[in-house]
Structure formats: C-alpha cells, structure tokens
Ligand binder design. Structure first.
Ligand code: GUN
Length: 241
C-alpha cells in the first residue's frame, strides 16, 4: 500500500520514481549490487529500501550500503547518529511527519512529557530522539515496560507505535494530551485501524491523529521533503561521470 503511494506521489510531483522488485529468494549480493549501482547513478537522488526484507538478507548491512547522501528514509547509521546529535541530516519520514504535525499545533514542546510506545529504528527511537532534542522529557516504553497505563497517563504527548488495534484506551490518556497514532492494523474485515481507540480517546485529547489519513500521509509528504533536500544538496564527485 505504502510503496504504491510513495511511487504515485513522486510521479504526481514530477519526480522520476522507479520501483525495483525482486523475488523473495533474491541473493544478498544481487541487492548490494543494485544499491551500489543506484548510489553511482546521477539520475538518482534518493534510494529507499522498503522493509521488512526477507530473513536471509542482512537488513542492517543492506541499509548501510545506501549512500548516506541518498538515504531519504534516514535509516543509515550515519543519519541515525546525526539525528541523535541534533544535526542536519535525513530523518526517518514518519518521525519527521509527526514533528511537523506537532509544530502545526503551535504547542510549546519544551518541558512537555512525551511518552513513546515502541522502540523500532524506523519510528520509536528516532521520534524519541527528536522530541528530546526539542526539549521534551521523554519516556520510551516497549513490550517489557511495567505499568504502561500509568506511564501513558502522565503523557502530555503520547506517540503510539505498538502495532495492536485500539491498544490505547481513554483511561490511559490524560485530559488535554496530544495523541499521535502511528499504528496501521488491518482488521479481519479488511479495514485499517490505528493503535488508539479513536472514538473514545478523542473526547479527552486536545489533538489526535486519525487512522487512516493521519500520520500515513505525513510520512509520504516527509519522504518527498527528504527527496527534494537530497536533490538540492547532493554534491557529485568531480572526478567521475
Ligand atoms: N516499512 C514500513 N514502514 C517503512 C518505512 O517508513 N520505510 C521503509 N523503508 N520501510 C518501511
């Protein structure tokens, strides 16, 4: 779903976008060869390796092969490190989109208690870092966290990236909290729903994102922003074609 949306949005914006699909049993060396060729291709400013990858492909090594200057998904360790230090870099698209949403609420983030549920490299860790660098007090929760509901109730900003439909109930949310729902869960009837019990939680929240049409479109928009940034900033080596 997202791959198609990313591709379509690029075309709508007038960007070249090429989707390269491989069979599930593709070799590690074939993928590495493909990424290296894209790294050296002057028509290409951004490279995104859609995750998850099949088990036999070492996803860390694959992501590390992407040139950090073309890493529009912000998943190369170089960009993760720069994000941690609060330096200019490619930040992962979903956290970047969340920060844009928070900015648009005009809420002062300084000193706010942000509770992030989830510690993935794509969402949980980078958004926690970005909130910390915006002077929030940050708590990161995960599957082994104790007293999760009580931690959630302390949140001025609650970011749910759990992967369980309607996991966040109204009694886990402080009145006036900002609630960001990163979940994309497909129900048995085929409908997509988030991690938050939206209908009940919205009555307590000051701001809340729906699913669908909340964080998802912001992820796509942020990926496009990153790609424009890559195009503007890339410096090709002088001594090669
Ligand atoms: N799989 C699920 N979300 C994402 C994402 O934001 N980027 C990539 N590369 N893969 C994903």
């Amino acid at each position: 779903m997202y791959v198609n949306r990313k591709h379509r949005t690029c075309l709508e914006l007038g960007m070249l976008s090429e989707l390269r699909k491989f069979p599930g049993n593709v070799s590690y060396s074939r993928i590495i060869q493909e990424i290296k060729s894209l790294n050296n291709d002057r028509k290409v400013h951004g490279i995104l390796v859609q995750l998850p990858l099949p088990e036999h492909l070492n996803h860390k090594k694959v992501l590390e092969t992407v040139d950090p200057k073309k890493d529009v998904d912000g998943l190369h360790p170089y960009n993760h490190g720069k994000n941690l230090l609060g330096k200019d870099c490619f930040r992962p698209a979903t956290p970047r989109g969340i920060m844009t949403l928070l900015e648009r609420t005009k809420t002062r983030l300084e000193g706010k208690h942000a509770v992030v549920i989830g510690r993935s490299n794509i969402v949980g860790k980078p958004i926690a870092v970005m909130l910390l660098n915006s002077d929030c007090t940050v708590t990161i929760c995960h599957s082994k966290t104790r007293n999760l509901p009580s931690l959630c109730r302390q949140a001025d900003i609650l970011v749910a990236a759990v992967g369980k439909p309607h996991f966040i109930k109204a009694n886990m949310v402080k009145k006036g909290a900002i609630v960001i729902d990163v979940g994309i869960n497909r129900l048995k009837d085929g409908k997509i729903t988030g991690d938050v019990d939206f209908e009940n939680v919205r009555k307590k929240a000051s701001w809340i994102t729906p699913v669908p049409k909340g964080v998802g479109p912001m992820t796509i928009a942020s990926l496009m922003e990153n790609t424009v940034k890559a195009c503007k900033e890339i410096e090709w080596p002088k001594n090669s074609d």
